[in-house]
Design a protein around this ligand. Sequence first.
Ligand SMILES: [Zn+2]
Length: 358
Amino acid sequence: MPPRKKNANAAENKLAKQIAAKKITDQKSPVKKKKSAKKSAMKPSTNIMGWKPGVPKEKPKGRVYDGPLCVNSKTKKSDLIIFGTGGVPHSANPQSHPSAIRRLAELGLGVYEMEFVHGVRIRPETCEEVKAVQADTGIRVTAHGPYYINLYSMEEEKLEASRVRVLDTARALEACCGDGACFHPGFYQKRDPVEVHAFMTKQIGELADILEKEGCPIRLDPETTGKGSQFGSLDELCEMGDVLSEKNISITIDFAHIHARSGGVNNTYDEFAAQLEMIKNKLGSGALASMHIHLSGIAYTEKGEAHHLELDESDMNYPDLFRALIDFGASGRVVCESPALEYDALIMQKSYRKLNGS
Ligand SMILES: [Zn+2]
């Protein structure tokens, strides 16, 4: 169908021009990128954007994608990894879950992470609608639990509330027919990391048991966190996954968080490959077959994550990450958490497809 092809080419050219204008290329010198990230790290832009590190009240709105639909070329071989956004795309109208899924489908993206970060609030009718739109479009749905979770809280009440928030995230996701309930497990609060690890493992194991008893099929995916004060290094989560290997638990691997947590390390092909190797060894090759990945640009200080950045403002070496994922035959979902959401998700997908030979 020549007219369609023409449109697709025009769409591609438009994105190519946009990318060129923004000077984003996969070959961009990592040294140059590092410089800009260091600048951000030295001078955190917390006040400029009104978004302080820690629990963000509101994410700064990044670039809004207003280009053509289905902008990325179709793949020659099927994508093992699909891309999408954490939260409603800026260009979705209205800003609702069902409309987010429709918009992602229009753009040719493949996954939507519902953000329950300020509480699990979704009406049963909306769940039904999400389910229907999902079936109609083929977009996959995951969820991010509330920020206010601490499964190592000293206060019984807060601990119980945290447990309920994890469970409710999974239950809401089940009602929407999704899979992969991501959450940040909690904080060390200056306690012995070994003790915290044992406690968190017990808690998360129990939560998986409760869901199993309810017949809820949703997998719990605790996330690698961005700050040294938060429980959730890759080692800790892999260790936990190993102990809980009989349960319906995996991990959300946020490569930007791991990079920030280490103060700028973990950003080369070899380092990404070592991380994937660790996941394979501890969690089994099945974990590489259904990955739940978070990715964005990130600003960091010596304490770890400061805040997320748009890809081209950061030093995040996503092309080498994609090379490693391709070499390991990894499949799953990449949820873009950059402030530019769908804009950067499209950049990521384009980069992945190019490297994947499609
Ligand atoms: Zn997260």
